[in-house]
Design a protein around this ligand. Structure first.
Ligand code: HXC
Length: 257
């Protein structure tokens, strides 16, 4: 696949997808989003890939949706372009996705990081929803995911003032998993991705789905989903292998079946 805006590099079972529009601070235009989503879906089907890291460069993870692309659009044009359908497809990815964020994660950039399962941030990262300052508001999940992640009070403040928060603040608020020096943010994210990629893949997939379910359903429905997923894992070879290996005091060898 010939990608212009998303570079893919696989190391063992981890696929790193790098947003690559550095001059525009990785502003998320349609082509970039479409390449990104295709690469994610391909990775989801590829048994050699266990987990994915999405990153940008040191200056910017992504400074938002491409403002130039939408500045003169009418509502009907926005509707017909239906770019947000691309974003919906990220929700359908079964493998864990980790955002490795340095520099700006603004607007759609912050929303993309939040659409991932975990965020590893460089000390230089800043997260914000500045859409209010260009006459709009978050449109790719910002009002929903940010509020679920950090609570109403702080989400309101960020969305209504447009002011970004630092990586440290994001850590205190529970928006990101960890903050590390700029030199190592990508390596830290890759290490986390590698650790997860070494686990039994079907259990990883169902566990991810179950945790995600907690965000958008009632406790009873979520518990029911979790229970079914748990029982279903007893149909996998990896469950037998994992539990037998424990009993036999040896390391398990996962088959992904
Ligand atoms: C298009 C962008 C861009 C964006 C930066 N650029 N952000 N182009 N869309 N979101 C371009 C600039 O136009 C400029 O291009 C180049 O990248 C470098 O940016 P500068 O502004 O010169 O850099 P700097 O002065 O360092 O300021 C950095 C910045 C600022 C604070 C991040 O670029 C900024 O405020 N960007 C916009 C942030 C924003 O409002 N994001 C939300 C977008 S709306 P040239 O050609 O001049 O060099 C959104 C909605 C999503 O995301 C919902 C639905 C998908």
């Amino acid at each position: 696949m010939e990608n212009r805006y998303v570079l893919a590099e696989r190391s063992e079972r981890v696929l790193v997808l790098r947003l690559n529009r550095p001059k525009q601070l990785n502003a998320l235009n349609t082509e970039l989003m479409s390449e990104l989503v295709s690469a994610l879906e391909e990775a989801d089907r590829d048994p050699e890939v266990g987990s994915v890291v999405i990153t940008g460069d040191e200056r910017a993870f992504a400074a938002g949706a491409d403002i130039r692309e939408m500045a003169e659009a009418s509502p009907a044009e926005m509707l017909l372009r239906n770019n947000l359908a691309l974003w919906d497809r990220i929700q359908g990815i079964g493998k864990p996705i980790i955002a490795a964020v340095s520099g700006y994660a603004l607007g759609g950039g912050c929303e993309l990081a939040m659409a991932c399962d975990m965020i590893v941030a460089s000390e230089t990262a800043s997260f914000g929803q500045p859409e209010i300052d260009i006459g709009v508001m978050p449109g790719a999940g910002g009002t929903q995911r940010l509020t679920r992640a950090i609570g109403k009070a702080r989400a309101m403040e960020m969305v209504l003032t447009g002011r970004p928060i630092t990586a440290r603040e994001a850590l205190e608020l529970g928006l990101v998993n960890r903050v590390v020096p700029r030199e190592v943010y990508l390596e830290e994210a890759a290490a986390l991705a590698r650790e997860i990629a070494s686990k039994p893949p079907i259990a990883v997939r169902l566990a991810k789905q179950s945790v995600r379910r907690a965000l958008d359903t009632t406790i009873d429905t979520g518990l029911e989903f979790e229970r079914r997923a748990f029982y279903m894992l007893f149909s996998t070879e990896d469950q037998k292998e994992g539990m037998r290996a424990f009993v036999e005091k040896r390391r398990p060898e996962w088959k992904g079946r």
